[in-house]
Structure formats: structure tokens, C-alpha cells
Design a protein around this ligand. Structure first.
Ligand SMILES: Nc1nc2c(c(=O)[nH]1)N[C@H]1C(S)=C(S)[C@@H](COP(=O)(O)OP(=O)(O)OC[C@H]3O[C@@H](n4cnc5c(=O)[nH]c(N)nc54)[C@H](O)[C@@H]3O)O[C@H]1N2
Ligand SMILES: Nc1nc2c(c(=O)[nH]1)N[C@H]1C(S)=C(S)[C@@H](COP(=O)(O)OP(=O)(O)OC[C@H]3O[C@@H](n4cnc5c(=O)[nH]c(N)nc54)[C@H](O)[C@@H]3O)O[C@H]1N2
Ligand SMILES: [Mo]
Length: 555
């Protein structure tokens, strides 16, 4: 909607804002460093709102928690937009100048009265009204979201429904006001910026632009294909159709992280040739023809990472890699050599300087400047300039030429989760994370933690009583795709009808054998956040656990 794939604001600005909304984000557990900046704002008097089906650790710090039903974010966002418009709280000057499609938006959200939204989302009308008024009337406001919004079959529509709110109120393109989709890893932003996405060359430059292709072709000495590649979901589909018969997986464990695990295993097992390059012998690596076990970890290599505020930072080798471990650059260089392309033996800085020569938004970021300034946010066009810490200030320019293209409102329809609830599958399972574990557990599962007790199925006390279960009792959890066995835990942050599991212990409990591969048509992300399940008694309790953990297992 803005023509750039990155969060608009800096972390420092979060501390100076008046309203923070965490929408489908449990930053207290998943982005603890960012959350410290949020807490600084809260301690200075900012209001915090958390929109999440669970009353998460983050929600426990909030002025108000909006506990919506899973997958009802569009009704909620539409009702907030309607309330803002109805009370004339929108910034008409900004809307007129910097946006398009206001009339269509106003018409589309008109049916979403507070009462109708309450019925659909389960959030009291008064809470929706309060959030709408606080957000619209704040001088500065930050809207942050993550997987509660994006891991749905209509993820892109969810995001567009949220972006309507800053466009209505002008909470974008100014110091302290912005939109922050928090990134999952220390370098998700950097991965995309460096071209590890199928439609962009490094520097977020469109591969379909002939001038850009020509620029890269000159430097690389090879023609660049004039077409988009496949994203992950499209690759999996191409495995089904037989179009894709080989895969080279670097630093990912799809066999345990992709939705509908049985299907993923079948796909990777059916390949003619699979190469996995990882620090550990993962479940995916076990299926490989060739394992390149030699990768060195983050603190064993030199380079840069780019975080959610678009800040490029240096990482420096602090440890010598163990044994024969080598870093990913060396391995990829060797593979290229075997394929007949000798790239020499470039170090991290040399590779970075080539990137700077090709990517205007990184041009001014020399290694020495990155060190001197403690990292630099993109864009940074030359070595003697710095841009403001936030993006899209252009939208406020009065001169239409400087303002550039307006940002479009999106009138989006509500479509509930694909995996519907019925008599056979009456409970809603949502999946996510905890502070003390990491993703598929490859990097965190092998270490003990006083906070962690493996995987369980978290339920409300109402459901535990209704189903006649005891905490610690092992039960079978079944979805339309598979079933797993896990111990029951009572989680006071859950309401009746809602269950929660993590993805952190797939060797014991393979949560993704339950989840559905209903994917967003644009982003390709699966609906990890909405699975229909039922729970059956096993008959005997074999877990040996008798006590419920505290909420989320985090003290
Ligand atoms: N400790 C720790 N930190 C991590 C990770 C980790 O594994 N462990 N992983 C990293 C990665 S890769 C990522 S992408 C980020 C993810 O960070 P988050 O997105 O914060 O993590 P999740 O727990 O997956 O999901 C966030 C919240 O979405 C809520 N949710 C579920 N369904 C809905 C819905 O329909 N609507 C709304 N509004 N909310 C919903 C869940 O209850 C959950 O609290 O965390 C990163 N940080
Ligand atoms: N049910 C459910 N499933 C989910 C999600 C959910 O919320 N619920 N979230 C999804 C999300 S947001 C994500 S990001 C994915 C994560 O899915 P994955 O990325 O598949 O999971 P990770 O466990 O993070 O695996 C990362 C791998 O990279 C390796 N690695 C780490 N550093 C290096 C390195 O420097 N070089 C190399 N070569 N390898 C390295 C690690 O050893 C590990 O095997 O899971 C998705 N799956
Ligand atoms: Mo992620």
C-alpha cells in the first residue's frame, strides 16, 4: 500500500508515542527487546491496547485487552474505522491529500456497527469504541502487528484492514506515529532486502524492471531472468505437480514448520534430490540426499543483519566455529565453483560493498559508518546523509510532485477461518510461541530451562471441567488432518472454546500435523492460527504430571 516492504518507525519513536496497539502480537514473549521500548512509553503514560484472543503476557501490561474470537480481525478493524468516521475523528486534510478510495471504504465499513462487531468478534462495543477514540485522538500512535494477523488464509486482507486506520487518522509518516509489522528473526527484514524473495533483486528492486535487470547483469556478468520466481508455498505446490523435483534448503526446517506436516513429509520425500545446509541434523535433513553440516552460527561469522526498524547492524565473529564448521558464504561460494563460476574468496565486507553499489537504499552504509553510528536505518542514499528515522514523510508534503503516489484505502470483506467448527471439531486451536523456546526447537529444544515443560494442550478451566479432564492427563487432539497426544494444562488466559499449543517440541508433539494448509493467495502464508480440533480421553494418564503449569509456563 505504500510501495515499500518495511516497518515505518524506529524503536526510539515507540518510547515517545501516546498510544500503542499490539494487534495479534505477543511482543512481551516474542519481541522482548521491542517490548522494553513499549514499556518505556507505558511508564511515561502512553496507553497500550492489546488485541488477541488470549489474555497474553503482553495483554497483562495493557490498559485494555480486546479478546476477540480467532479470525475476526476484519470485523473489528472495520468497526474501528466506522467509529472513527462516524465521529468525524478522521484527519480529513490527510485523507484528501494522501489517500484514495475513502468513499468506498466508508461505504464498506458502514454495516460494521459496534453492536454487530461485538456479536461477531466477542469484544464488548465499549472496548471497541474506546480503542477507536483513543487511537484517533492521540497526537502520536503506533500500530504494531504480527502473526495473529498474518497467519490466516486472508492475511493480506487482514493487514490492509489494519492499514486503513493510520491512513484515516494520519498516524503515519510523522515522528512517533507509524505502522510496525515486527519481524520474526533478527534478519527477516534483511533477507528480503538482500533479494531472498522471489520478485525482488537486492535493495527491494523489482525484477520485472528492465533497467534494474540490466544494472545487475552488468555487475554479475549474467543475464537476469525477466520473471518472478516461486515463493515457498508455490514451491510446495510445484512439488505436488512434479514441476519441482530438487530442493536446496538453507537454515530452515520445513518438515516441522510447515502446516499439515504429513503432506510436507510426503513432498520432501518424493523429491529426486534434496540438499540441506544446517547447523543441526534436523528432521528435514534426515530426508536429504546430501547434508552440508558445516554451517557456522550467527556469532561465528561476519556480516550484517537488518531488524524491524530497518536498521542495518554489523555482526562480528566472536567465536571460532567448532570442528570443520564453515560459514554459509564459503559453502555457497564452493557450490558456485563446482557449478563453473569462480567468485574468488570474498569476505563479508566485499560482498556488502557490491550490494551498496547496486542498491541505492544501502549506498551510504559503509562498514566504518555502520560501526560509527551503531547501525543505520534504510534508506541511506549517500555516505554524507541520513534520512529521518520514519518512512513516508512524503505523504505530508503539500507539493503533489514531492508527495508522490497516494496510499489506497482497502475495502475488505470478512471471511471466517477455513477450518470451520462443527460437532466433530468443536474447539478452536490457535498456535504460537513462548518466551523460553524458539520455533521448531532445533536451536532451543536441546537445552533445559526452568520455565519449560515440553508441549501440552492449553485449555480454559471451563473446557477442562466440561470435558471431564484432569490437568496433566494425556489426551488425543484430533483435527481434520491428523492427531497427536499431549498432556492437558489449564491456562487462565484462555476463554472457553479456545485452545493453545506451541510449535516448539515437534519431536514429542508434532503440532503441525494438526494445522491446515489454507494459504493466503498473495503472501502464501498458511492459516496456522485457526485449526478446528476435538479432544478425546486416552483412558489412562501416562504423563506422570499432575500439576497445571502457570499461564503460558512463564513466571
Ligand atoms: N521466544 C520466542 N520469540 C520469538 C520466536 C520464538 O519461537 N520464541 N519466534 C520468532 C518468529 S519467527 C516470529 S514470526 C515472531 C512471532 O511473534 P508473535 O506473532 O507475537 O507470536 P505468536 O505467539 O505466534 O502469535 C502472536 C499472537 O497471535 C494471537 N492470535 C492468534 N489468532 C489470532 C487472531 O485471529 N487475531 C489476533 N488478533 N490474534 C491472534 C495468539 O494468541 C498469539 O498471542 O516471534 C519471534 N520471536
Ligand atoms: N504451528 C505453527 N507453525 C509455524 C508457526 C506458528 O506460529 N505455528 N510459525 C511459522 C513461522 S512465523 C516461522 S518463521 C517458521 C519457522 O520455521 P523454520 O525456519 O523452519 O524453523 P526454525 O526452527 O527456526 O529453523 C531454522 C533452522 O535454521 C538453522 N540455522 C540457524 N542459524 C543458521 C545459520 O547461520 N546457517 C544455516 N545454514 N542454518 C542455520 C537452525 O539450526 C534451524 O534448523 O515456522 C512457521 N510454522
Ligand atoms: Mo516467523
Amino acid at each position: 500500500m505504500f510501495g515499500a516492504g518495511g516497518g515505518t518507525s524506529s524503536y526510539r519513536e515507540i518510547e515517545d508515542t501516546d498510544v500503542v496497539i499490539l494487534w495479534g502480537s505477543n511482543a512481551r514473549e516474542t519481541h522482548p527487546i521491542f517490548f522494553h521500548h513499549v514499556l518505556k512509553a507505558v511508564h511515561k503514560g502512553a496507553k497500550l491496547y492489546v488485541v488477541d484472543p488470549r489474555r497474553t503476557r503482553s495483554a497483562q501490561w495493557a490498559d485494555n485487552w480486546l479478546g476477540l474470537h480467532v479470525g475476526t480481525d476484519i470485523p473489528l478493524a472495520n468497526a474501528v474505522a466506522r467509529e472513527i468516521i462516524q465521529h468525524n475523528l478522521h484527519n480529513t486534510a490527510f485523507v484528501e491529500r494522501a489517500t484514495t478510495g475513502f468513499a468506498e471504504l466508508a461505504a464498506a465499513v458502514e454495516p460494521w456497527t459496534l453492536e454487530r462487531a461485538e456479536r461477531e468478534t466477542g469484544v464488548p462495543a465499549s472496548a471497541i469504541r474506546e480503542l477507536a477514540h483513543a487511537y484517533a485522538q492521540a497526537d502520536r500512535a503506533q500500530l504494531c502487528w504480527t502473526l495473529g494477523i498474518t497467519e490466516h488464509h486472508n492475511a493480506t486482507d487482514n493487514v490492509r484492514a489494519l492499514i486503513n486506520l493510520p491512513l484515516l487518522t494520519g498516524h503515519v509518516g510523522r515522528y512517533g506515529s507509524g505502522l510496525n509489522p515486527l519481524r520474526g528473526q533478527n534478519n527477516v527484514q534483511g533477507g528480503g532486502d538482500m533479494g531472498a524473495i522471489p520478485n525482488r533483486l537486492p535493495g527491494f528492486q523489482d525484477i520485472l524492471d528492465p533497467e534494474i535487470r540490466e544494472k545487475f547483469a552488468r555487475t554479475w556478468g549474467r543475464p537476469i531472468q525477466p520473471s518472478y520466481g516461486k515463493h515457498l508455498t508455490q514451491m510446495l505446490e510445484a512439488m505436488d505437480s512434479g514441476e519441482m523435483t530438487n530442493a536446496y534448503v538453507i537454515g530452515e526446517n520445513p518438515v516441522q514448520s510447515e502446516a499439515d506436516a504429513a503432506r510436507t513429509v510426503a513432498r520432501f520425500s518424493g523429491l529426486d534430490h534434496l540438499v540441506v545446509q544446517d547447523m543441526f541434523l534436523t528432521k528435514t535433513a534426515e530426508l536429504a540426499d546430501v547434508v552440508l553440516p558445516a554451517s557456522a552460527s550467527w556469532c561465528e561469522t561476519d556480516g550484517t543483519v537488518t531488524n524491524s526498524e530497518r536498521r542495518v547492524q554489523r555482526v562480528r565473529q566472536a567465536l571460532t566455529p567448532p570442528g570443520n564448521a564453515r560459514n554459509d558464504i564459503d559453502i555457497i561460494g564452493d557450490i558456485a565453483r563446482r557449478l563453473g563460476h569462480d567468485w574468488g574468496d570474498p569476505g563479508a565486507e566485499q560482498i556488502w560493498d557490491e550490494l551498496r553499489s547496486l542498491s541505492p537504499m544501502h549506498a551510504g552504509m559503509s562498514y566504518s559508518r555502520l560501526a560509527e553510528l551503531g547501525g543505520i536505518q534504510w534508506p541511506c542514499y549517500s555516505e554524507d546523509t541520513l534520512e529521518p528515522p520514519y518512512l513516508h514523510g512524503r505523504l505530508w508534503e503539500s507539493d503533489p510532485d514531492k508527495r508522490g503516489s497516494p496510499a489506497p484505502f482497502a475495502a475488505v470483506d470478512y471471511r471466517p477461518p477455513v477450518d470451520g467448527l462443527d460437532e466433530d471439531y468443536p474447539l478452536r486451536l490457535t498456535t504460537g510461541r513462548r518466551l523460553d523456546s524458539y520455533n521448531t526447537g532445533v536451536q532451543s529444544g536441546g537445552f533445559s530451562s526452568p520455565m519449560r515443560d515440553g508441549e501440552g494442550i492449553d485449555l480454559s478451566s471451563e473446557d477442562v471441567a466440561r470435558l471431564g479432564l484432569r490437568p496433566g492427563e494425556r489426551v488425543t487432539i484430533t483435527s481434520r488432518r491428523g492427531s497427536v497426544v499431549a498432556p492437558v494444562r489449564i491456562d487462565p488466559t484462555l476463554r472457553a472454546g479456545l485452545a493453545f499449543m506451541t510449535m516448539h517440541f515437534p519431536d514429542e508433539v508434532d503440532t503441525n500435523s494438526l494445522t491446515i494448509e489454507a494459504t493466503d493467495p498473495i503472501a502464501g502464508t498458511a492459516e496456522y492460527k485457526a485449526t478446528a480440533i476435538r479432544i478425546d480421553k486416552l483412558g489412562s494418564d501416562t504423563s506422570g504430571r499432575s500439576e497445571a503449569l502457570p499461564a503460558s509456563g512463564v513466571p
